[in-house]
Design a protein around this ligand. Structure first.
Ligand SMILES: *Cc1c(COP(=O)(O)O)cnc(C)c1O
Length: 236
């Protein structure tokens, strides 16, 4: 993808998000764009940064660390870890990311809390919820969410911001909305249960279901393909 193509696709992703917010009757700043840059080179991230994009999502720890090193001069860039998180990778994530969206186990939370360096602020976290049942192996089961949230809220180096989901693919917007509505309701229930917690984030909506996610209250949409083009899956 050339620089001018990236410029166009980023502009059209921004337009798409704004239009979705307007159609949903929400303020145009009610959701922001997370640019998912997995498998894409550091040069593309730098180009998107030069076009004003600040928040980037990565799925693979080693790949992300390499790109972060190349982009260390971009001081105000914000890194989100959105991939499956194994316990043996927590230190790198605690030291090199601002956000984690894929937290679904107390053991991993404890490690992140213990390993978050003092000189950095708390790590911003979303709990990943398995809203599609059998279809997904990742994410905490809805029935175990409250207990996990309570545990995370007791960890001083983590700041619980909200929930994330990757629903099973669905063809039409009505079936896309069902699991996303469940995630919204789960966040509403947590807010009632923990009124003091800073639970302001619904991380949902990808290139194929952005409109459905915005209708259901997404505040952070994670777009990869729509911004950076299709991924070369043979690289992984
Ligand atoms: C890859 C990925 C995305 C982006 O998906 P697209 O369909 O390319 O927009 C969003 N969220 C997560 C967790 C991902 O792994």
């Amino acid at each position: 993808m050339t620089d001018s193509m990236l410029c166009e696709s980023l502009a059209s992703a921004r337009r798409r998000l704004t239009e979705a917010l307007v159609s949903a009757g929400r303020p145009t700043d009610a959701a922001r764009l997370l640019a998912v840059s997995k498998t894409k080179p550091a040069g593309m991230i730098r180009e998107a940064w030069s076009l004003g994009q600040r928040e980037f999502g990565e799925n693979y720890v080693q790949e992300a660390l390499e790109k972060q090193a190349e982009l260390a001069d971009l001081g105000d860039i914000v890194w989100h870890f959105i991939g499956p998180l194994q316990a043996n990778k927590t230190r790198a994530v605690a030291e090199h990311f601002d956000w984690v969206h894929s937290l679904d186990r107390e053991k991993v939370a404890r490690r992140l809390n213990d390993q978050r360096p003092e000189e950095l602020g708390p790590l911003q976290v979303c709990l990943q919820v398995n809203v599609s049942g059998e279809a997904s192996k990742s994410g905490v089961a809805p029935g175990e969410l409250e207990a996990l949230a309570e545990a995370v809220l007791s960890m001083p180096r983590l700041r619980l911001r909200g929930l994330m989901a990757i629903p099973a693919p669905a063809r039409d917007i009505a079936s896309q909305r069902e699991p996303l509505a469940r995630l919204r309701q789960a966040l509403e229930a947590l807010r009632r249960r923990f009124p003091e917690a800073p639970l302001d984030t619904l991380s949902m909506g990808m290139s194929d279901d952005l409109e459905a996610a915005v209708l259901e209250g997404a505040t952070l949409v994670r777009l990869g393909t729509a911004i950076f083009g299709t991924r070369d899956t043979s690289r992984r």
